[in-house]
Ligand binder design. Structure first.
Ligand SMILES: NC(=O)c1ccc[n+]([C@@H]2O[C@H](COP(=O)([O-])OP(=O)(O)OC[C@H]3O[C@@H](n4cnc5c(N)ncnc54)[C@H](O)[C@@H]3O)[C@@H](O)[C@H]2O)c1
Length: 321
């Protein structure tokens, strides 16, 4: 099949591209390299350096046909999306709408979206399952929900089958070392912890230790990008075999507190980590954990690389080099 991967030079997308290149599909990556790296793209993959928001996208992709699109390209910082909603409107909504509007002309039958747990906002019930209300509390989460809804319409009208994969917190790097560059411009906990342990950052701010969790710090569900990549392949198999759309959470079903992450990073690196407890941030739920039974049942998927120790161990070579 002909497969287009938008954002395939980025952190999570490149993990999938490295797996896809070992199959007999033809792979094309489209990326503007705003936060991705050409070095992350393996040989044997065609690279189009282009921006999805370009009004001439139709010309850039003219005369091409793709059976499948994996759509990773987006901006992803929830906090930033509340400061610069116009940017997220243009990049996430604008880029996706520009792409989705071309799907019928490109002959696309299957579309796999990088969605997010942020579509749920602050869920009433933890672990959160896919039928929980979708009430995003940041503009980033809203953009992903709106893209899911556009896909539902295009599915109904054109028969395109889509998967909305709602990732929890992605962390870790390819255990085989094929992804060469560190994730760019992220404010997520694990990279910040690794930056502190490796001396790139002086100290880590812990936002609140008075939550209703065993040690008082926030708990999140961390999922390794290699496990996300395997879920993408299985999601494509599902769309083809079942001819049905799919919306599933991708997490492990268990979480780790900020203090657990700090302690594990110190233990595994053998290095000290300076941190300071500061007040809570607005909009941080105490705990966010996926109910991932649906992905297990429908896709027969199970995370293999997502224990906290595996995640941190896979990050150390890129931070301590
Ligand atoms: N990292 C996480 O924890 C997480 C969690 C949930 C969902 N997601 C989603 O997963 C996807 C991938 O995230 P990531 O962590 O790999 O981020 P990333 O920033 O490393 O990757 C995004 C890639 O898309 C490219 N890109 C961005 N805007 C573009 C545009 N307008 N045109 C062409 N290319 C463009 C970037 O250059 C980059 O290579 C995103 O859609 C993100 O919202 C990520």
């Amino acid at each position: 099949m002909n497969i287009l991967v938008t954002g395939g030079a980025g952190y999570i997308g490149s993990h999938l591209v490295h797996d896809l290149v070992n199959t007999d599909h033809n792979i094309t990556v489209l990326d503007n390299l705003s936060s991705g790296f050409e070095k992350n793209i393996p040989s044997g993959v065609e690279f189009i350096n282009a921006d999805l928001t370009n009004p001439k996208l139709v010309d850039i992709l003219r005369n091409r046909q793709f059976d499948v699109v994996f759509h990773f390209a987006a901006k992803k910082a929830a906090g930033e999306s509340m400061e610069k909603p116009e940017l997220y409107m243009r990049e996430n909504l604008g880029g996706a709408v520009n792409l989705i509007s071309l799907l019928p002309a490109l002959g696309v039958k299957y579309f796999i979206l990088s969605s997010t747990a942020a579509v749920y906002g602050t869920p009433d019930k933890i672990p959160v399952n896919e039928s929980a209300p979708t009430v995003p509390i940041n503009y980033y989460g809203y953009t992903k929900l709106a893209i899911e809804q556009n896909l539902a319409w295009f599915s109904q009208i054109y028969g395109i089958r889509y998967a909305a994969l709602r990732y929890f917190n992605a962390a870790g790097y390819d255990p085989l070392g094929r992804v060469k560059e560190r994730e760019k411009g992220t404010a997520n906990l694990l990279p910040v912890v690794l930056e502190t342990v490796s001396g790139l950052r002086e100290k880590l701010m812990v936002f609140g230790n008075d939550y209703t969790t065993p040690d008082g710090t926030c708990i999140r569900d961390y999922i390794h990008p290699s496990d996300l990549a395997s879920a993408h392949m299985l999601a494509l198999d599902y769309l083809i075999a079942e001819n049905k759309n799919l919306t599933v959470n991708l997490g492990t079903g268990s979480g780790h507190s900020v203090m657990e992450v700090i302690n594990a990073a110190q233990r595994l690196s053998g290095l000290p980590l300076k941190y300071e407890i500061v007040s809570r941030r607005e909009g941080d739920p105490a705990s966010l954990i996926a109910d991932q039974n649906l992905a297990r049942t429908l896709l027969n998927w199970a995370p293999r690389h997502s224990s906290l120790d595996s995640i941190i161990s896979s990050m150390l070579p890129l931070y301590l080099k």
